[in-house]
Design a protein around this ligand. Structure first.
Ligand code: URA
Length: 444
């Protein structure tokens, strides 16, 4: 078999066989197939797509390319959640503790931010002392003891994805439905949970910009997970505007912590409650309605906040910062962005906000860059809010003053202010299960 022939086959729109996909992934991970040939294949897939069978085979081969977690030492249904990536997306820090407080078992492998999207591991590492490098023994013990562990992937989990993702990132082949589906589901299958809730983000801050494309991606991922014997549900959630008011690592931990105390913004609270209820339902804790009420009670009675405390402490972090956010410290350079005109905030370019936060130091441009944990944004005004000329639209935080001006200009360009109040869309736009699609909007 020759990689050259497989590239030509896909370029011509033909279907690759199971053996051909296995040959390609095994050869790539062993270093026998060079990056330039795999890059050509990714581009051929981007243009030609893959059948469901090809996407499933790609996922299974990628999942089998390294270690697979054995979670059989954890009692009960192990439930995981994966977001396709967004701006201000701190949902894991809120729903993990809620689900654990309701008796769920959250065994969560998270990732880092890259480009305009944030990553849970970076957010957690803003907590002094906290380690996300948890070995499998500790991982299992912690989930058994407190119901919750959020850790980084072990060294050799899905090496095929690590290599492919880095390659796609520099060859303009990230936003391909089969490649995203295989990337996400290979990691979910290898990390061993029984039940998976997929949070498929849609809109200007997401990789999938339309609801139709997001549904297509969700359907593929649900089908792959179901075929592999996992219980899977996908929710299509709004990422046309940032989630909550804060973007940036320590700032987002503070907002997540406030949300668990019942003092969070409405959009973040609602999305987290709905995702939690789906995770609990998949874990067999009751009907959707019962699970939703349970999740609300876990916030109201403080038990969810206590779980975050317990997880931070178990992973070596100083949990006092959750009680007193001032202990995080504040970035020394803070500036306000003021409204240039009166009217309504009609739209916020969410990818642009992620880029502005990264320009302040909250994200990386390259994998090896370090992060300014205190940098980021407070978005005082969001879509639909009325504003008067001169009102504070947002606040910018950084530890490096020279980064401020460019980021401020970038953020200003993200706000569109006009005289008409925009229509707001539901936060949850659709739900995809193995039985079909339920749509809650008409946007496409
Ligand atoms: N998140 C992933 O893990 N993989 C992708 O390809 C896109 C988002």
């Amino acid at each position: 078999m020759r990689m050259y022939d497989l590239i030509m086959k896909k370029r011509n729109g033909e279907t690759l066989s199971d053996e051909e996909i296995r040959f390609m992934i095994e050869g790539y991970v062993k270093g026998e197939i060079p990056d330039y040939q795999m890059a050509a294949m990714c581009m051929a897939i981007w243009f030609r797509g893959m059948t469901d069978e090809e996407t499933s085979q790609l996922t299974l081969c990628m999942a089998a390319s390294g270690d697979q977690m054995d979670l059989s030492g954890i009692e009960g249904v192990k439930v995981d959640k994966h977001s396709t990536g967004g701006v201000g997306d701190k949902t894991t820090l809120v729903l993990g503790p809620i689900v654990a407080a309701c008796g769920g078992r959250v065994a969560k492998m998270s990732g880092r931010g890259l480009g305009h999207t944030g990553g849970t591991l970076d957010k957690l590492e803003s907590i002094p002392g906290l380690s996300v490098a948890v070995n499998s023994e500790q991982f299992i013990r912690q989930v058994n003891e407190i119901g919750l562990c959020v850790a980084g992937q072990t060294g050799n989990l899905v090496p095929a994805d690590k290599m492919l993702y880095a390659l796609r990132d520099v060859t303009a082949t990230v936003d391909s439905v089969p490649l995203i589906a295989a990337s996400i589901m290979s990691k979910k299958l290898a990390s061993g949970s029984d039940a998976i809730v997929l949070d498929v983000k849609t809109g200007s801050g997401a990789f999938m910009k339309t609801v139709d494309d997001s549904i297509l991606l969700a359907q593929k991922m649900v089908a792959i997970g179901t075929l592999a014997g996992r219980r899977v549900v996908a929710l299509i959630t709004d990422m046309d505007t940032p989630l909550g008011h804060y973007v940036g690592n320590a700032l987002e931990v503070q907002e997540a912590s406030a949300t668990l105390k019942g003092e969070g913004p409405e959009d973040l609270t609602e999305v987290c409650l709905i995702l939690s209820a789906n995770m609990l339902e998949l874990s067999g804790k009751g009907t959707y309605e019962e699970c939703l009420q349970m999740a609300k009670r876990a916030i109201a009675d403080g038990s969810a906040f206590d779980k975050l405390h317990a997880m931070v402490t178990a992973q070596g972090g100083d949990a006092r910062v959750l009680d007193d956010p001032k202990l995080f410290g504040q970035a020394p350079f803070v500036e306000e962005l003021r409204a240039p005109a009166s009217g309504y905030v009609q739209h916020i370019d969410t990818e642009g906000c992620g880029i502005a936060a990264a320009m302040l130091g909250a994200g990386r441009e390259r994998k090896e860059d370090s992060i300014d944990m205190l940098a980021g944004l407070y978005l005082a005004k969001k879509e639909g809010d009325p504003v008067q000329e001169g009102d504070v639209l947002a606040r910018l935080y950084t530890c490096e003053s020279e980064k401020m001006e460019q980021a401020k200009q970038k953020l200003l360009s993200c706000y569109r202010i006009g005289s008409d109040k925009p229509n707001t869309l539901p936060l949850i736009l659709a739900k995809v299960t193995k039985d079909g699609v339920e749509r809650y909007d008409i946007r496409s």
